[in-house]
Design a protein around this ligand. Structure first.
Ligand SMILES: Cc1ncc(COP(=O)(O)O)c(C=O)c1O
Length: 485
């Protein structure tokens, strides 16, 4: 990095803020709040603005370029959602206000729950969880509560396919269950024989992502649900890939008992760098009493007074697993998802899924004769190639990913799912144009050619990024989280 850091341009006495004259008697700050020894940078307002704008230019974002990060659904987030989320009626309220004064917020939560019910086919929804993984945790807690409530205490195992996202076994283990891995078959579906072999009276349930992390729709989903249900287990749906089927198929009708929605993926929210998100959970009637709460409810206007409005409020389901998030959940994300769903409507949401699948298949077909495609079939919203290029044995997926940055693209997800060696997981999303898809495919084909003819170009990439090749392992093991002189 050649630009000076903000600490280096600090000069004593410079200040980026100008406060108005104090119009009340000044009081000394409590001693424990004053920390004179803190070496905070002293800079002008202009220095400060340049510092942050320069940092923002060093980032790749959906708003600056193509971001085909598989499983993360980095699609364009309509700015209209931001306008909605910034309306003073949503931002200038306090969570301790009485419910009577925040009827609009509660109405939005209630209507979003209703939208998610209609989209998924589930009987009830809670908006509490703050992320997909949080929703998984809520789902597993509900499954556990359901079995225990029936006096069924012998269920200790949860089945998880070998293609699953790492959060699935993690959430399962956090709920005290043993994780049992189920193999995928040669077409990338769950191996039914392996599933049958592991289904018994100790199984609490199965966690399944459909379409799965290979971007493939499991062709045996109804049979899988039957097998799991026939041994008394429940089927958990990881809804991270709902954008591939939204408006086309309802997870509850596919046999799932509980599923989380990743609002920040399927229904848009800028969510790079780990947040913000929301992972509501939907459930069938059998699990509705166990949902985390509070949940938004609507009480109809009283019949004696026709002018009365319905009243919105919060309630706790009778056997709730409890509260998972303070106050109203990640409310700003709920507003964005609501605006997105209401703007697109049922027909628009269906087109989201259709175009996500169309774009992924277009790219797949352009790349599959150059990059190995282990599961060679029509994909859903994403697909997984291998970076093991024939004739370029010294090149690894990490080299391909780094080189893509020189072409202005964010690399795809790499080395996941684990069952594809040197995986490159590509999710173009529905919001990209044909020209962008072609430019990306052209770059991938050129990189494959470079891998064979000038592999060192790939080994030394990136050349244009603000920082060159980083030592990822060292960065993870010895993180430097603050500037040191
Ligand atoms: C398939 C899958 N499941 C679960 C998650 C977890 O979601 P979140 O990041 O919102 O916790 C992800 C996130 O990338 C995912 O791709």
């Amino acid at each position: 990095m050649t630009e000076p850091l903000i600490f280096e341009i600090s000069r004593p006495g410079r200040c980026a803020a100008s406060l108005p004259e104090c119009d009340v008697p000044q009081a000394a700050l409590p001693k424990n709040l004053v920390r004179d020894e803190l070496p905070l940078p002293e800079v002008s307002e202009l220095d400060l603005v340049r510092h942050y704008v320069r940092l923002s230019h060093m980032n790749h974002a959906v708003d600056t370029g193509f971001y085909p990060l598989g499983s993360c659904t980095m699609k364009y987030n309509p700015k209209m959602n931001e306008v909605a989320a910034r309306l003073p009626g949503f931002t200038a309220v306090h969570p301790y206000q009485s419910q009577f004064t925040v009827q609009g917020c509660l109405q939005l939560m209630f209507e979003l729950q209703e939208c998610l019910k209609a989209i998924s086919g589930f009987a009830a929804v809670s908006l509490q969880p703050a992320a997909g993984a949080h929703g998984e945790f809520a789902g597993m807690l509900m499954i556990r509560a359901y079995h225990l409530d029936r006096g069924d205490t012998g269920r200790t195992k949860v089945l998880v396919p070998d293609s699953a996202h790492g959060t699935n076994p993690a959430s399962t283990a956090m709920c005290g269950y043993e994780v049992v891995e189920i193999r995928s078959d040669a077409r990338g579906n769950v191996d039914l024989d392996d599933l049958r072999a592991h289904c018994d009276e100790h199984v609490a349930g199965m966690m399944l992502t459909n379409p799965n992390t290979l971007g493939l729709f499991d062709e045996h989903i109804l049979e899988i649900a039957d097998i799991v249900h026939s041994c008394g287990g429940l089927l958990y749906g990881d809804g991270a890939n709902l954008n591939a089927i939204v408006g086309v198929a309802k997870p509850a009708e596919l046999g799932f008992d509980v599923m989380h929605f990743n609002l920040h993926k399927t229904f848009s929210t800028p969510h790079g760098g780990g947040g913000p998100g929301a992972g509501p959970v939907g459930v069938t009637d059998a699990l509705a009493d166990f949902l985390p709460g509070p949940i938004a409810g609507m009480w109809p206007a009283s019949s004696d007074s026709p002018d009365d409005e319905p009243e919105y409020g919060l309630y706790m389901p009778p056997k709730s697993i409890g509260r998972l998030k303070s106050f109203y959940g990640n409310f700003g994300v709920l507003v964005r998802a609501y605006a997105y769903i209401r703007h697109l409507g049922a027909e628009g949401l269906r087109r989201v899924a259709e175009h996500a699948v169309l774009n992924a298949n277009y790219l797949r077909v352009r790349l599959q004769d150059t990059y190995p495609l282990p599961y060679r079939r029509v994909c859903m919203h994403e697909f997984v190639l291998s970076g093991r290029l024939p004739g370029a044995e010294g090149v690894r997926t990490i080299d391909i990913a780094k080189r893509l940055m020189d072409f202005g693209f964010h690399p795809p997800t790499i080395y996941f799912p684990l069952i594809v060696p040197e995986a490159l997981m590509i999710e173009p999303t529905e919001t990209e144009s044909l020209e962008t898809l072609d430019a990306f495919a052209d770059a991938m084909l050129r990189i494959a050619e470079e891998a064979r003819t000038e592999p060192d170009t790939l080994h030394n990439a990136p050349f244009t990024a603000p920082l060159r090749r980083l030592d990822d392992v060292r960065a993870a093991r010895e993180p430097k989280l603050r500037w040191q002189p």
